[in-house]
Design a protein around this ligand. Structure first.
Ligand code: AR6
Length: 169
């Protein structure tokens, strides 16, 4: 049985085994949730990221969590929204799928996701959450270790969409 929790707040304080970072292709830091995670984890996180040689959109890479409560950070790169003509939905699906698989393969029992691509990258929030729900539902039967998935929403709009989509209201 997998527990899904919808939360409002800052992902950097999550106590899950892994937290997911909405990074960019360089993996060398940025603003938004990426900036917050790097600040909270400390400079060792950037050192670890330098060794990863970046990350393709839709792929995921793992580092330690350093000063975070989380043991691991899973760095993934969501698509930049281009109006829907560049397979953004497929790429967003891959980002969630590959992050979840990587955490599961590394023995994580719990993982926390931010709302990937819905900030600076401009992916429509309501469309994104439907893709997230569908992706998670499809993958649940394949998970060996994960028993808890937290979706940590920073803005009220995403939080309301998540509550509605995951039937928590
Ligand atoms: N905890 C949880 N969610 C957060 C936090 C936080 N501390 N801070 C912001 N969010 P964004 P993207 C939410 O822009 O759209 C970076 O510069 C925010 O409300 O962080 O995937 C990277 O380096 C939004 O819903 O990521 C890339 O260049 C969500 O996180 C680029 O931004 C994602 O917003 C990636 O853009």
């Amino acid at each position: 049985m997998i527990k899904i929790e919808i939360k409002k707040g800052d992902i950097t304080v999550e106590q899950t085994d892994a937290i997911v970072n909405a990074a960019n292709n360089s993996l060398l830091g940025g603003g938004g949730v990426d900036g917050a995670i790097h600040r909270a984890a400390g400079s060792e996180l950037l050192e670890a990221c330098r060794k990863l040689n970046g990350c393709q959109t839709g792929e995921a890479k793992l580092t330690a969590g350093f000063r975070l409560a989380a043991k691991y950070v899973i760095h993934t790169v969501g698509p930049v929204w281009k109006g829907g003509v560049e397979q953004e939905s497929e790429k967003l699906k891959s980002a969630y799928k590959n992050s979840l698989k990587l955490a599961d393969e590394n023995g994580c029992k719990s993982i926390a996701f931010p709302n990937i691509s819905t900030g600076v990258y401009g992916f429509p929030k309501e469309k994104a959450v439907l893709i997230v729900k569908e992706t998670i539902d499809t993958l649940l039967p394949d998970l060996k270790n994960i028993t808890q998935i937290n979706f940590v929403c920073f803005d009220e709009e995403n939080y309301q969409y998540y509550l509605k989509t995951f039937n928590h209201v």
